[in-house]
Design a protein around this ligand. Structure first.
Ligand code: NAD
Length: 257
């Protein structure tokens, strides 16, 4: 299967460090021959992201806070200039205020709600619109990351669950819009994995234990397993799959009791 993505160009949003799900996906895409471009959210993260990106030969490494339209535009202008086109967009971004991930959902403020939905859901729409312009005439694949908290109540996940529900609905609407252009849009609903973002959720350790005890496979999953599924969805292996939310969670989501 080596070289599944030979000649393909992918832009990755969401690497914070080597534990990021986006990084595991990047390594898998790189191993299959894709050329990668990276973005980072702010100077603090550049120190982490740049060496990782350059370590796998990436030449395009740019700042992008997805709440800033001008930064988004600059990234896609650079991709147009350097590459002329694009095949794959990886969106692995989410954010909510810490207080909104630790107390009752009913206390979510207007500001907290807007922030979580803007960064975690609207950003997919904005990035996909720009990516689709570069995929014109060649087709392409967009992949985002979601979690079961969109479908079920996961205590403390709160407004992020609402944001993920909006994200998953966005996947379906984007898939409908862009299908005629041969652009596929999918999401992976991953089981809990210890990352920087996960550390912000109160009681995350309990989520890990609970999931491992009850999932049919009786274990947690790792980022490399998400990356293998990502490879399937963004490559020709997934050529007829779009608008899909695929669970990679050791089967946890099927359980009722
Ligand atoms: P992570 O902290 O490594 O990645 C989250 C990324 O979001 C970071 O790179 C961060 O810089 C970026 N980000 C936050 N605000 C941003 C902004 N304003 N502009 C641009 N980027 C911004 O954690 P992760 O767990 O790898 O998260 C990646 C995705 O996977 C997220 O969407 C998350 O919700 C999802 N997910 C994670 C788990 C888990 O258990 N870790 C499970 C299911 C889904």
């Amino acid at each position: 299967m080596e070289g599944l993505l030979k000649g393909k160009r992918a832009v990755i949003f969401g690497v914070a460090n080597e534990r990021s799900i986006a990084w595991a996906i990047s390594e898998a895409l790189h191993a299959e021959g894709a050329e990668l471009a990276f973005t980072y959210a702010g100077e603090m993260l550049e120190k982490r992201v740049r060496p990782l990106a350059e370590g796998i030969g990436a030449k395009i490494v740019l700042p992008c806070d997805v709440t800033k339209d001008d930064e988004i535009e600059k990234v896609f202008q650079a991709l147009k200039q350097e590459w002329g086109g694009l095949d794959i967009l990886i969106h692995a971004i989410a954010f909510a205020a810490k207080e909104d991930l630790s107390r009752a959902f009913v206390l979510t403020s207007r500001r907290g709600f807007q922030l979580a939905l803007d960064v975690s859901a609207y950003s997919l729409v904005a990035l996909t619109r720009h990516a689709a312009a570069l995929m014109e005439g060649r087709g392409g694949s967009v992949l985002t990351m979601t979690y079961l908290g969109s479908e079920r109540v996961i205590p403390n996940y709160n407004v992020m669950g609402v944001a993920k529900a909006a994200l998953e609905a966005s996947v379906r609407y984007l898939a409908h819009d862009l299908g005629p252009a041969g652009i596929r849009v999918n999401a992976i609903s991953a089981g809990p994995i210890k990352t920087l973002a996960a550390a912000g959720i109160s009681g995350f350790k309990d989520m890990l234990h609970y999931a491992a005890e009850r999932a049919p496979l009786r274990r947690n999953i790792d980022a490399e397993e998400v990356a293998k599924t990502a490879l399937y969805l963004v490559s020709d292996l997934g050529s007829a799959v779009t608008g899909e939310v695929l669970h990679v969670d050791a089967g946890y989501n099927i359980m009722g009791m």
